[in-house]
Design a protein around this ligand. Structure first.
Ligand code: CA
Length: 220
């Protein structure tokens, strides 16, 4: 028993996956295809995808956005939990990575819910704000370049309705945030964001140690 977050060593993690993971075959196949890419560690873990599906269902979310789609596992997770008329605006800079995702979105029957926008995330978010969509989104997932996190956070806060949720990936950053000798720009950006969100009166927040850390910020 422990009153702090448990350390998940390999045997416990394997047990956790074996006894709790619900992962449709298509999702697993997308993970397996992505595993052959050099950037495969950019994909979220399957237990995190499952957690995000629960969040979407819990909120009854309909309108969602993600920044950083990669090969589409998180989009597949979110879109599959959305109702039929739900929508995910998926932002990424890569046609190549997202083309992999598209195949699985189509096979899973969720492609119509996903509005893929290729281009810098900041521009797409600005475009949504200009199109009058501020205050209308239920859910946002931020998982792109870490030095852009603060900008994405601010723009997502504008797009979210009151009570909407921003989720921010890699916020434990493989433990690097706690190592004082790690001071690269990505690490510094994540450290700054954690302190900012902790002290941000506009949101309620919690960092969930699932995957590489998922920071939740609910707009008040
Ligand atoms: Ca990530």
């Amino acid at each position: 028993m422990s009153n702090k977050t448990i350390q998940m060593e390999d045997a416990l993690h394997a047990y956790y996956i074996e006894s709790t993971l619900r992962e449709p075959d298509l999702f697993r196949e997308l993970r397996e295809e992505t595993a052959s890419l050099p950037e495969s560690n950019m994909q979220i873990s399957p237990e995190q995808g499952q957690f995000m599906r629960v969040l979407i269902e819990l909120m009854g979310a309909r309108k969602t956005v993600e920044i950083g789609t990669f090969t589409g596992y998180s989009a597949l997770s979110v879109a599959s939990a959305l109702p039929e008329d739900g929508r995910l605006v998926a932002c990424d800079v890569s046609e190549v990575w997202t083309a992999i995702g598209k195949r699985y979105w189509e096979a899973a029957g969720v492609a119509e819910k996903i509005d893929l926008r290729i281009g810098p995330g900041t521009e797409t978010l600005d475009q949504l704000i200009e199109e009058g969509e501020a205050g209308s989104f239920d859910f946002a997932f931020i998982d792109a370049d870490k030095t852009g996190y603060d900008t994405y956070y601010e723009k997502c806060l504008v797009l979210l309705r009151q009570g909407g949720l921003i989720t921010i990936d890699n916020t434990l950053w493989g433990g690097k945030i706690a190592n004082p000798s790690d001071n690269d720009s990505d690490t510094l950006a994540i450290r700054d964001l954690l302190v900012k969100v902790r002290d941000d009166k506009r949101v309620s927040s919690s960092l969930v140690p699932i995957g590489d850390g998922l920071l939740l910020a609910r707009k008040r």
